[in-house]
Design a protein around this ligand. Structure first.
Ligand SMILES: [Zn+2]
Length: 278
């Protein structure tokens, strides 16, 4: 891949990651995400622009506030670096690095922009779900709309005859994701007597359907259930989670969505088949 493009994406992604940190902190507290500027949660002093440079600012301050010297969580630079890295992975998956850019420039650019938008919506959802066991509906709704828009545009530029059926598939998958998870949640609540899934999980599944279509929805939910069950089992065995203590499922759905967006549902399906039929 073009090295300068890689750096631009890494830096732009890290800057957006910095904003995602702000959103993840302020949205659940019903604070404005644009005003006032960043300030230290301990002493309230505003953060100077050069201390706010993604990752570098934190490293230069050695993870402490310039004014009160209280530690600044390492999660902030980690989220910035991760967002930058995931933006680069979007460029790789969209074919930006290969000759796709020459043969199909429109779809390559739309796919890259779509991937970057998808990551930037999934990241705050994951962080807020980890902190508050809550997946904010406005972000999920924006994710459904963005997913259908990206799907429609790519289909339109790629093959005009099939555009309508591709969009219909993703629309159907979005509704199916919402309905299936909501019914499973209601069923589990009746059987176990406590909600097994949050309502937000159904909204995130709707987002998965909008971006990935019916096949992609199925595979991404498979990855989510598998990794979530593995995590939940290990966490309970090691005592990090109490027997009935809930844990956020949103991050596992988000990982499933991203892995399927990167590699495509067919690739994951063939991996699964190879695993069970050696
Ligand atoms: Zn401070």
């Amino acid at each position: 891949m073009n090295a300068s493009l890689l750096w631009i994406l890494l830096l732009a992604g890290a800057c957006v990651g910095s904003f995602i940190n702000v959103v993840a902190w302020r949205l659940p507290r019903q604070e404005s995400v644009v005003w006032p500027g960043s300030h230290c949660p301990h002493c309230g002093h505003s953060v100077q622009w050069h201390d706010n440079i993604p990752v570098m600012g934190w490293l230069a301050l050695r993870g402490r506030c310039r004014d009160c010297h209280q530690p600044i969580a390492s999660r902030y630079p980690l989220v910035e670096a991760l967002t930058g890295g995931l933006w680069v992975s979007a460029a790789w998956a969209s074919g930006f690095s290969s000759n796709h850019l020459l043969t199909a420039p429109e779809t390559t650019v739309i796919t890259l922009v779509g991937g970057v938008v998808l990551i930037s919506l999934l990241m705050p959802l994951v962080l807020i779900d980890i902190d508050h066991l809550w997946l904010p509906e406005p972000i999920c709704r924006a994710g459904v709309i963005a997913g259908l828009l990206a799907t429609g545009l790519v289909a339109l530029f790629a093959e005009q005859e099939t555009a309508r059926s591709v969009l219909f598939n993703h629309l159907l998958a979005s509704a199916a994701g919402l309905l299936v998870l909501e019914s499973l949640s209601a069923l589990a609540e009746r059987l176990v007597g406590q909600p097994a899934l949050g309502l937000g999980d159904a909204k995130l599944a709707a987002m998965a359907g909008a971006w990935l279509g019916l096949g992609g929805l199925t595979v991404s939910m498979g990855i989510a259930v598998f990794s979530g069950a593995l995590f939940g089992g290990l966490a309970r065995i090691t005592g990090r989670l109490k027997p009935r203590e809930p844990f956020p499922f949103g991050p596992f759905i988000a990982v499933g969505i991203w892995l399927v967006w990167l590699m495509g549902p067919q690739w994951w399906w063939s991996q699964w088949v190879a695993l069970i039929e050696p």
